[in-house]
Design a binder for this molecule. Sequence first.
Ligand code: 6PG
Length: 244
Amino acid sequence: MENALIEPVKIFDTEDALYRYTARDIILLINEFTSKKGTCTLVLSGGKTPANLFRKIGTDFADKVDWDKVYIFWGDERCVPMDDEYSNYNTAYNSLIASINIPNRNIFRIHGELSPKDAADKYEETLKTFFTGEKYPSFNIMLLGLGSDGHTASLFPGSSVIDIKDKWVSEYYSENLDSWRVTLTLPVINNSRNIIFLACGEKKSSIIGKIFKGDIDNIPAGKVNPKDGKLYWYLDKKAAGGIR
Ligand code: 6PG
């Protein structure tokens, strides 16, 4: 049913083409869900890369979706206030949410202003209310970014959070970043129907090359493998440079 329009790996010559076509395909996928299932649950990724994608959606596709049927979540969040420049919610709000006609009740942010554990517990409770009775939530579309160290969401190399199976959400302290994060756990990510990795730039080429070679020891992004869904990579040529 879904994904009639997107192949597993798409590589674009330029960043602009990457964002333009990723935006188009995501909109097509959202509309397939809203038209055939009545709703679409969409998980936004964090970091800098998706901001350009969100802006493209907000400028070119704002009126192409019945946003009343779309529910927006986050894959992870930094433990900062919602108006902080490092907040993934703040990035998505400024580049997308402020440009689309979506009811506040459809937005499920991670409350980074709380203590890390309270923020994680609150988000888990929110998800368990939304996905009542499920062993794990099954999001229709899960956007993910990729760090050059192989992290995705806030699942970092060497972190014990990767092995958590009995929680949907966890807090995590990154020594390297000297900051707290809140993240969906790997079983939740892998329970999604459509996972889309979006990466651009030469800095990501080496880690992407390793993942595509199957060299995924201690590479959390390499452990993303939807058990009953589809996995897509949207890359620009520079990020795909390490794929043989
Ligand atoms: C975050 C993200 C993280 C991000 C990667 C890539 O909160 O930072 O969830 O997983 O996607 O770090 O970030 P860039 O797009 O900024 O390179």
